[in-house]
Design a protein around this ligand. Structure first.
Ligand code: UTP
Length: 290
């Protein structure tokens, strides 16, 4: 398998769970501490040596591409004001990766969003990272999948164990553990009733796919929620050429879920030495009055 240098990041969804905050601001641009959600995702890709980012966007999301571009006016203001730390920070964001984008003109689901990137992906294996799913730990999550995909020469999806009561929010796999944390997927199902779910191993927003996925996506009919589901295409792929799954280590925050979004904010603010003590004191004070 060729080195994985491209990632497709779908960011074209409506973000209805995050309304009214997302009425005019993409969910992926909401800040987690001092950076937008999407920057954490792109930083993870960059740490895994991915060079080309393909955003699947819609008409209201161009601010995401702008974030990864130069802003010469702002740069000259910062230069004149002598704010050189800030200047290098904003420049660095523009220099992280190559950016391409493609429009998803109708929001027909995650599978459809990936299909929209077909012409930019062409015939190489590629990564997919969901634009509102944040993963943290030592090794970049997508890097863990790339390593297994290269070794096994197979598509690989990232899974994590979720609590029983959350099963019906996810795609769930049934797999055979062939070595610790690595599974051969037997089947997968999108958002099953928890009592029917084959396991508690949920598909989270990281994948390494091969270009034949587009052929499977072509054949998928609307599934759960009337959307073209990526899980349905991967289920067909699993039956034919096989798919692996890797239990990912590290933490995960779904930025579309308010409790997780707010926890991620506190987590990152606490990593900042200067802010940490002030924040802890404020929180302690606040908790006393609850
Ligand atoms: P979500 O289901 O979390 O995002 O999709 P959503 O549809 O924007 O959010 P809610 O559920 O209405 O709050 C996961 C990712 O897939 C993208 C979203 O932008 C998000 O990053 N997505 C989803 C698309 O790009 N296109 C779609 O048609 C659906």
């Amino acid at each position: 398998m060729k080195n994985i240098r491209k990632v497709v990041i779908p960011v074209a969804g409506w973000g209805t769970r995050s309304l009214p905050a997302t009425k005019n601001i993409p969910k992926e641009m909401l800040p987690i501490y001092n950076k937008p959600v999407i920057q954490y995702v792109v930083e993870e890709a960059q740490r895994a040596k991915i060079e080309d980012v393909i955003f699947v966007t819609n008409r209201d999301k161009s601010v995401i591409e702008d974030h990864f571009d130069y802003n010469l006016q702002l740069e000259s203001v910062l230069e004149r004001a002598g704010k050189l730390d800030k200047l290098s920070e904003v420049r660095a964001v523009a220099e992280m990766v190559n950016i391409m984008s493609v429009r998803q003109k109708k929001q027909l689901g995650l599978g459809h969003a990936v299909l929209c990137a077909r012409e930019l992906v062409r015939d190489t294996p590629f990564a997919v990272m969901v634009g509102d799913d944040l993963m943290f730990g030592g090794v970049p999550a997508i890097g863990q999948l790339i390593e297994v995909a290269m070794a096994e020469k197979m598509p690989v999806i990232g899974v994590m164990e979720v609590p029983f009561e959350k099963i019906s929010r996810y795609g769930i796999i049934d797999g055979e553990e062939i070595s610790p944390g690595i599974f051969r997927v037997r089947s997968m199902v999108e958002k099953p009733k928890r009592e029917n779910a084959p396991s508690r191993l949920a598909i989270v927003g990281r994948y390494v796919l091969t270009p034949d996925i587009f052929g499977y996506l072509d054949k998928v009919t609307p599934g759960h929620g009337g959307e073209i589901q990526l899980t349905d295409a991967m289920q067909a792929m699993a039956q034919n050429r096989g798919i692996m799954a890797v239990r990912m280590s590290g933490m995960r925050f779904d930025a579309g879920d308010w409790a997780e979004f707010l926890t991620a904010n506190i987590y990152f603010a606490l990593q900042d030495e200067e802010l940490r003590y002030e924040l802890l004191a404020l929180l302690k004070n606040f908790v006393q009055f609850q």
